[in-house]
Design a binder for this molecule. Structure first.
Ligand code: 4AD
Ligand code: MG
Length: 464
């Protein structure tokens, strides 16, 4: 269909010119004087365009006067300067073709404000609302910017597997992948489920991270990144956790922790700047309707250096704070969201890179410091969200890595290929994982992570 996107009809085309637009009706006003105002949205931008349908149109009495929200239409007509407030142009329709009518009484997205909780039950129609249209456009712009950032810097995009046999984070939060008949599981002579008879001949899982495979490509090709879905069977019902989320994982050979932190800071600032530059109308909407500070925060964050502190310094700051904590800060325990938010919101009021965590609370692959107590770990925390990036310099010494694996009850033989990187031409290397949904949350001000992904998967919920 030869249609003009509404974003161009509203901005790029002079009044007087004829256009055809297609979309879904947001609101209708049928005037007694024998004409109708239809506002039409096609998702190309936040704004809808108004079409004026005259009573003289052939299908007016039979069809157009019955139109309601949710109907799909194709409208042709001349663009005219609009007398309506806030509208630049409207269409004086010479033809309104109804593709699919909608039933006003039952259409789940009524022209009024719905709660986000309700809209989650209508996830198939919620992209037709202003908020979810804007989230989808920002998400798309950000995805493109991820590739742009890395491609401009010569990083190769690597597709790591979704089905794996390893547990990168060692947290045991794995979804099992099986083709076995659950009602009739094959057993070995001892009576245990026989994984050898499964599709792959061994137990397999959905990946929690593409890092380990990413490292193998970095240790051959230099700088790489992945960008794909990851899965965690983590029973966390919070506004910041999903069971299926997207992660961006760069990995750099010949790089240490400081270089890793530099890349993380440059990357986040790039993403924030892109959104401010390219998603102006959507960001204005989030700033007006969702969180009055999002634009100011993004501008501030892109203009000032991130704070960098060690975990030990963080614990000292938290311990000295006049606060009652749910989890009192203690050296050796992981930082909780309440601690991360305190540091990013109150102490520094900007993103903070926290490095050198106790080795025993971090995964096996992080490089051990000389005193054996801390690992070359790095988290980037931001106001409102807490952790948005987790990363590390990797352990490149074979003997230390094997010892770390054994200390964490892992069988080094299972990871023989990962250890080969340390056997044959080992190099210092580092990388991180950016939680894509948490980034969208931070940028848009959306409070619940379930509202920044099209179809959220969370404990006890996999609708649609
Ligand atoms: O800190 P995480 O677990 O790090 C890794 O997986 C490393 N292998 C990454 C690497 O070094 N290549 O996860 C990275 C980020 C977190 O900082 C967080 O933003 C996000 O992924 N994340 C989640 N986002 C939504 N729901 C969850 N359940 C998440 N778990 C982690
Ligand atoms: Mg982490």
């Amino acid at each position: 269909m030869d249609r003009t996107l509404i974003k161009y009809a509203l901005t790029n085309i002079p009044a007087g010119q004829a256009v055809t637009v297609a979309g879904w009706i947001r609101t209708t006003r049928h005037s007694k004087g024998g004409f109708s105002f239809l506002t039409i949205n096609d998702g190309s931008c936040m704004a809808s365009i108004q079409a004026v349908a005259d009573g003289k149109l052939a299908n007016y009495a039979d069809e157009l006067v019955h139109l309601s929200a949710g109907s799909s239409v194709v409208v042709t007509g001349a663009l005219a300067e609009s007398p309506a407030k806030g509208q630049t142009v409207e269409i004086q329709a010479s033809e309104v073709r109804v593709l699919g009518a909608s039933d006003a009484a039952t259409y789940p997205i009524q022209p009024k404000r719905h709660s986000f909780e309700y809209l989650r039950t209508q996830a198939h129609l919620r992209p037709r609302t202003n908020t979810f249209g804007a989230v989808a456009r920002v998400r798309s712009a950000l995805s493109f910017a991820v590739h742009e950032f890395f491609q401009q810097r010569g990083f190769l995009y690597v597709h790591t597997p979704i089905i794996t046999t390893s547990d990168c984070e060692g947290a045991g939060e794995l979804f099992r992948v099986t083709a076995m008949d659950l009602a009739d599981l094959p057993r070995d002579p001892a009576g245990n489920v026989d994984g050898e008879q499964d599709f792959f001949g061994r137990p397999t899982f959905l990946t929690v991270s593409g890092q380990l495979e990413g490292e193998t490509y970095a240790c051959a090709l230099g700088n790489i990144y992945t960008f794909g879905p990851t899965f965690r069977a983590e029973n966390s019902n919070t506004p910041r956790h999903l069971a299926e989320f997207w992660m961006v994982e760069p990995e750099m050979a010949f790089c240490d922790l400081a270089g890793d932190a530099d890349l993380a800071e440059e990357f986040l600032k790039f993403l924030f700047r892109v959104v401010l530059e390219r998603c102006g109308d959507d960001m204005k909407f989030f700033n007006d309707r969702i969180d009055k500070t999002v634009i100011e925060t993004l501008e501030h964050v892109t203009d000032s250096p991130f704070e960098r502190i060690t975990y030990t310094e963080a614990i000292d700051i938290l311990a000295a704070a006049d606060r009652s904590w749910d989890y009192p800060p203690r050296w050796g325990a992981d930082l909780q969201t309440e601690h991360e938010r305190f540091l990013a919101e109150e102490t520094f009021a900007k993103p903070v890179v926290i490095t050198d965590y106790p080795a025993q609370i971090k995964p096996f692959y992080m490089r051990l410091s000389d005193d054996g107590k801390t690992a070359a770990a790095m988290d980037v925390i931001v106001p409102r969200i807490g952790e948005i990036i987790g990363g590390a310099q990797r352990e490149e010494r074979l003997d230390v890595l094997e010892a770390q694996m054994k200390a964490q009850n892992m069988a080094p033989d299972d990871y023989w290929w990962y250890l080969d990187l340390r056997r044959y031409g080992t190099v210092p290397h580092a990388g991180f994982g950016l939680g894509f949904e948490r980034t969208v949350q931070f940028i848009t001000g959306m409070v619940n992570i379930r509202d920044v992904i099209a179809y959220p998967r969370t404990p006890r919920s996999a609708d649609f």
